[in-house]
Design a protein around this ligand. Structure first.
Ligand code: HEM
Length: 445
């Protein structure tokens, strides 16, 4: 990453994403949406999209604007599109949420807000996909291929979402209506499995090798992992749409997707173990240790999914399964990597220009891992406790778990802000001659 240009708006995406994560946790603490309401209720849809679009998708887009150019060693197709995309996504999400609140009777039922939000979101995601896609396409190897499949899945997710939104407003005809009736699992699989999980896997290959000084995983191995994941998503999207069109139901498609999903997770686990065992840095940094906790949640979610299917209770406990996957695996990994990315970019931005001309601190001098680790542990333990409370039907205790997750998150965000402010760097090294303190919310251009 040294020598790469710094993406100006990555910090702004991260800040907005974290703000939405606080909103999601506040909703959970307040008892809005699942488990107090049904999974398909409008309140749950609000919660789901605050998390999936506001938190996870924005954080992922911010990370990709920095990393796709690094992955392919080429500049971003257009740096200028990142900020308008953030504006469109934020406005689109706000309109979508207002539409959902109208659907649930909490706001006037202006259902046109749903298609309006969908159009804004499609425009925002469209800018992101074209910008990152054209960049990754220049050298589609290794992790960049995961990103391309992730972006294709994002297109499918947004297309399904837009059809649902238009159908809710009564503007999508009978085909749109039957897609809304049966296609929601396909939208969720394309979004959580294809867009977020496959992209996170792809980026993690590069980040793990980079931060642990390990050789990259052999492309042949990671290509097999990606192929299994891409087949799962293709079966879900193409097979699922076909099944709905033929009025055949999803009872054949979903088990096939499940099997390929499990194979993908197993192959990814193998690849991650290879990186860990071939690393040169024996002492693991905090971001890697905390990523291990998110891997434990991924393995736990896979195991839980299998157990629930075998006992015929998957539908009953779908919420607990999704909660562990979304907050333990995806959010856990994003938080761990965000902690390190902020430190790395802040270091590069502040000390890169004066390197070799003045003494500079190490990246690790910008953080206090001992202080930060407890907040991550609190967060993860609270997620596992919350999953258990959902499984056992203790919904008040689940709200307490969400409150503890919030405490962990406040601690993590405080650490990230301290990093950005160089608060942990000793005075003589903090700002050598010629170095400028970074802005909190965006990089200096
Ligand atoms: C263009 C962007 C999007 C739009 C317009 C949109 C719209 C919608 C709509 C209208 C529904 C409700 C369907 C129903 O009434 O049952 C829905 C459900 C859902 N969406 Fe999205 N969505 C978008 C993006 C995403 C993304 C990026 C993700 C995940 C990464 C996602 C995850 C989900 C999930 C998991 C559900 C099911 C929630 C439940 O049943 O509780 N959506 N979406």
């Amino acid at each position: 990453m040294i020598g790469a240009t710094i993406s100006r708006w990555t910090m702004s995406y991260f800040a907005m994403a974290l703000a939405w994560l606080f909103v999601a946790l506040a909703l959970m603490v307040a008892g809005l949406g699942y488990p107090a309401a049904h999974l398909a209720s409008p309140d749950t849809l609000v919660l789901v999209h605050v998390v999936c679009i506001g938190w996870l998708s924005l954080a992922m887009c911010g990370a990709l604007f920095q990393f796709v150019p690094v992955l392919v060693a080429k500049p971003l197709f257009s740096e200028k599109w990142a900020l308008p995309a953030l504006g469109l996504l934020t406005a689109g999400l706000a309109a979508l949420l207002a539409g959902f609140l109208g659907l649930g009777g909490r706001l006037p039922a202006w259902l046109w807000l749903l298609p309006a939000g969908a159009v804004l979101l499609v425009a925002g995601f469209g800018l992101v996909v074209v910008d990152l896609g054209l960049t990754a396409w220049l050298r589609p190897q290794g992790p960049a291929r995961f990103v391309l499949v992730g972006l294709a899945s994002l297109c499918a997710t947004a297309a399904f979402g837009a059809i649902f939104a238009f159908a809710h407003a009564g503007w999508a005809g009978s085909a749109g209506q039957s897609m809304l009736t049966s296609g929601v699992p396909l939208h969720a699989i394309a979004g959580l499995g294809g867009w977020l999980t496959l992209t996170a896997m792809g980026v993690s290959y590069r980040l793990l090798s980079m931060f642990m000084l390990a050789p990259d995983v052999d492309d042949r191995k990671s290509n097999v992992t990606l192929a299994a994941g891409a087949i799962a998503i293709a079966v879900a999207v193409v097979g699922g749409v076909l099944a709905i069109w033929l009025v055949a139901g999803l009872s054949v498609v979903l088990p096939v997707v499940g099997v390929f999903g499990l194979v993908t997770i197993a192959l990814y686990g193998r690849d991650v173990l290879i990186i860990f065992s071939s690393r040169k840095r024996r002492q693991l940094e905090l971001n890697t240790r905390m990523a291990v906790l998110s891997y434990a949640s991924l393995a736990g979610a896979a195991l839980l999914g299998v157990l629930l299917v075998m006992t015929g209770t998957f539908t009953t406990h779908l919420g607990a399964f999704a909660f562990l996957a979304v907050f333990g695996w995806l959010s856990g990994l994003v938080l761990a990597k965000l902690y390190k990315i902020v430190a790395f970019l802040t270091w590069l931005e502040t000390y890169g220009p004066v390197m070799g001309r003045a003494p500079t601190p190490r990246v690790q001098d910008l953080v206090s891992e001992v202080r930060a680790s407890k907040w991550f542990v609190i967060y993860h333990v609270a997620v596992w406790f919350g999953t258990l409370m959902l499984l056992t039907g203790h919904f008040q205790a689940f709200r307490a778990a969400a409150a503890i997750m919030t405490i962990g998150l406040v601690g993590i965000v405080r650490e990230v802000i301290r990093t950005r402010r160089l608060a942990d760097v000793e005075s003589p090294l903090r700002l050598p001659d010629g170095a400028c303190a970074p802005h909190l919310l965006c990089a200096r251009s």
